[in-house]
Structures are given as C-alpha cells and as structure tokens.
Ligand binder design. Structure first.
Ligand code: NAD
Length: 243
C-alpha cells in the first residue's frame, strides 16, 4: 500500500516545498493542515505526519500522534532545552525522526564538526555563525543549536559555555567559551559556518543551502524510513546510516 503522508504547517514555506517535492518523488500526500484545521482527522488518515510548523504546536501534535499511532517527522525548530526534554518523552512513544536539519550536506557537517572538535582540542577557539532569511522566528537556528551541542559534547562543556553574540567590554576570550552568532536578512535559505581558530591557523567548515527542496527531500526520505521502525526518537544520522 502506498505511504499516506500528512503535512502539518502546509501553508508555510517548508510545507509547500514538501508538497511539491512529494509530487516529484511520486509520494502521496493524503492531507495538508495548517493553523485551525482538523489535525486529529488528518492524522487518522495518515501513516506519517511531516511537520514544519511552530514549536508551540509540537506538544499537541505529538499527543495526537501517540493517540492515533501515527509516525512523526518533526522538522520544526525553536524549542527550549527543557521544553525539548519533556517533548522527547512523548515523541519516543511513536516512531519519530526529529531533526533540526534534514539536508544530507548538513548531516555530514555534523559528523565533520564532531571529528574536528575532537582532533583540534581546546587550543582552537570554536565559534558558530549562521545566517537565515529575515522572516525566521527563532535564533540561533536548530542547526546551529545541534552544531553547538556536538562541540559541547566533544569538549565536555555544558550550555553555560555558550556566548550568544558579544557586546561591550567582554574581556579576553576564554578557551572554554563557544561563541554563537545569528545573522538575519533577505531570503537566505540557511548558511552555517563552524570556525576553529588557533594562534597561527583557522579552519572553517561551511554549508550553504540555496533551495528548501533539500530539506523537503530529506524529510520525505525520513518519512519513508520511519514507518518501518519501532517507536523511538531517531535523527537524520540514523536515516542516512551515518552512525
Ligand atoms: P513558515 O512560517 O513559512 O511556515 C510555518 C507554517 O506553520 C505557517 O503556515 C503557519 O500558519 C503554520 N503553523 C503555525 N502554527 C501552527 C499550528 N499550531 N498548527 C498547524 N500549523 C501551524 O515557516 P517555515 O520557514 O516553513 O519553517 C517552519 C519551521 O520549520 C521553523 O521552525 C523552521 O525553523 C523549521 N525548518 C526546519 C528545517 C529542517 O530541516 N529541520 C528546514 C527549514 C525550516
């Protein structure tokens, strides 16, 4: 039987990209819902919901998906750390791929960042810079947040190490700091650079997205994969076999 996909956040930039890309991939969209539509009714007709909406919508979406035993592909970003922890417990009750970025290139950037953080050590100051279009609601991006998590994990630091921008007399940079800077403007789909700067050399790992279709293709690949998995929370590294 063909896969039955529901889009949540269907009127948004990503929701529309998912609908177009599904058509190109020959996948069936059985429903498309947005604010105020009948999400429960949509979920009842679907095997999997692909969500690019608002972080405020995630709890209700997951509660309904658990009730209806619907698999979830969650692309929405902007959840606080505590909020995400509580939501993960709900998400684990259904097969769920939760990824701050569905592009194959960015998932390779995650792997390269982990490797660079481990090899380069604390002598190399780590800073993350991201840029997105002027309409983006949250900062830093979900992708930047994941890059930061990886650096903190490899350096055995916690979130108190993060410096969100700098202003005024900040003093010398400590080797335990990890800087993060969010640029906003125009129609930039998503740029991320991870810098490791030492005395005498600097390494920069950069990914630039120029078309939302890369996220849509990845999310639909995740949708096809996740319906065959047992309940649990997975990420794009699982889908791509990068672990
Ligand atoms: P957008 O503002 O263009 O679209 C969001 C849509 O969700 C809108 O149509 C809005 O009406 C709808 N929405 C809001 N609340 C809702 C609710 N309670 N129920 C149903 N629909 C609701 O935003 P966008 O650029 O499409 O991005 C959406 C989300 O996806 C953002 O959090 C963004 O950061 C994230 N995103 C993730 C990836 C990824 O690869 N994971 C890629 C791009 C964007």
């Amino acid at each position: 039987m063909p896969l039955r996909i529901l889009i949540n956040g269907a009127k948004g930039r990503m929701g529309q990209a998912v609908a177009v890309t599904a058509g190109e991939m020959g996948l069936g969209i059985v429903g498309a819902v947005d604010v105020g539509d009948d999400l429960a009714g949509g979920l009842a007709r679907a095997d999997v919901v692909v969500d690019f909406s608002s972080h405020a919508a995630t709890r209700t979406l997951l509660e309904l998906a658990v009730q209806q035993h619907t698999a979830v592909v969650l692309g929405t970003t902007g959840h606080g750390a505590d909020e995400k922890k509580r939501l993960l417990a709900l998400a684990a009750q259904v097969p769920c791929v939760w990824a701050g970025n569905f592009s194959v290139g960015v998932n390779l950037l995650f792997a390269l960042t982990r490797r660079a953080s481990a090899v380069l050590g604390a002598d190399y100051d780590a800073e993350v810079v991201e840029m997105h279009h002027r309409f983006k609601q949250d900062a830093p991006s979900g992708t930047a947040a994941r890059l930061l998590e990886i650096i903190l994990e490899e350096r055995k630091l916690d979130s108190t190490a993060l410096r969100h921008g700098r202003q005024g007399i900040t003093g010398e940079r400590k080797s335990t700091e990890v800087g993060v800077h969010a640029l906003r403007g125009g129609d930039v789909v998503g740029d991320h650079t991870v810098m490791f700067a030492a005395l005498g050399e600097r390494i920069e790992l950069t990914h630039k997205a120029s078309d939302r279709a890369i996220f849509a293709r990845g999310a639909l690949r995740a949708a096809q994969w996740v319906v065959a998995q047992p309940p649990g929370v997975y990420d794009m590294q699982d889908v791509l076999g990068l672990k």
